[in-house]
Design a protein around this ligand. Structure first.
Ligand code: FE2
Length: 276
């Protein structure tokens, strides 16, 4: 799947951009299916708002083996009314799209994904979670510096992120920024669950990179960015009038123990599957 040059780049830099990894038809099909899911979604009780940082509500914790829609913090006015149509108010949809929805299943798996995972060092990949991440025009929130290994804990760290651009991601609509080579640094935090409570624990006080170390990854729709779970990355807010939808998958290696501290715990009814 990957050339030796690409494998070396990934090893050295902690990430790799693969332009045109998915066809326009596949991308458009996934966006269309996403809109069907959103249109059909009726929150039970108050709608779930996704908060970055150490907060999670019951709907979030229950979403490990469901398809749940989460709203932007700025989607509601002070009286709790939605400012804009539902489809323009989304923060994310997750976290078991790849196992519960046939369109997402097809998009997420295949011989190319299995070969890619092997090239990136995942000997026994298990798909852990999937998310459609929205950055709606004008209200799309910032996601600060973090490492995905904080949220998908294995011993030792093994998580790899697969980030698909479903729309062009640019500087103005909130593309990814990464710290090249930063995956060789320590895991700084871990997001720990104890029953129905979560908290962010500090593991290492190494500061996040300063702005001079950050490199933007502007990519066209259809591109995939894969990155090591220890790579520090962030994305800015979207104050532009252009949407920025991405789809992410995270896989861990079955050789590495899945921590009971993870927020993401599946019930026995939905066994983990691989990438092919
Ligand atoms: Fe991330």
């Amino acid at each position: 799947m990957l050339t030796d040059v690409q494998k070396k780049f990934y090893r050295d830099q902690g990430f790799l951009v693969l332009p045109g990894f998915r066809s326009a038809d596949a991308v458009n099909g996934l966006i269309a299916r996403t809109h069907e899911i959103i249109a059909a979604f009726e929150p039970v009780g108050a709608p779930s708002v996704f908060h970055t940082g150490g907060y999670a509500d019951a709907a979030f914790l229950a979403s490990a083996d469901r398809i749940t829609c989460f709203f932007e913090e700025e989607a509601f006015d002070p009286d709790g009314a939605m400012r804009r149509p539902k489809a323009e108010s989304m923060n994310k949809v997750g976290h078991a799209l790849h196992d519960l929805d046939p369109v997402f299943d097809r998009f997420s798996r295949g011989a190319d994904m299995a070969a890619l995972a092997a090239d990136l060092g995942l000997a026994q990949p298990q798909l852990r979670q999937s998310m459609v991440i929205f950055k709606p025009p004008r209200i799309g929130g910032e996601v600060g510096w973090h490492q995905d290994a904080s949220f998908l804990i294995t011993e030792p760290a093994s998580v790899v992120g697969f980030w698909f651009a479903l729309e062009d991601a640019t500087l103005s609509n909130g593309c990814l920024w990464v710290e090249p080579g930063g995956h060789r640094g320590p895991l700084r935090q871990r997001f720990v669950r104890e029953r129905d409570a979560v908290r962010m624990e500090t593991l290492d006080c190494t500061p996040w990179p300063d702005a001079s170390r950050a490199v933007p990854l502007e990519v066209a729709a259809g591109a995939m960015v894969c990155f090591n779970g220890l790579l520090p990355h962030y994305s800015g807010p979207n104050r532009s009038d252009r949407s920025r939808i991405a789809y992410t998958l995270h896989a861990t290696d079955a050789r590495c123990a899945w921590s009971p501290l993870n927020w993401l715990q599946r019930g026995p009814g939905l066994p983990l599957r691989s990438l092919d």
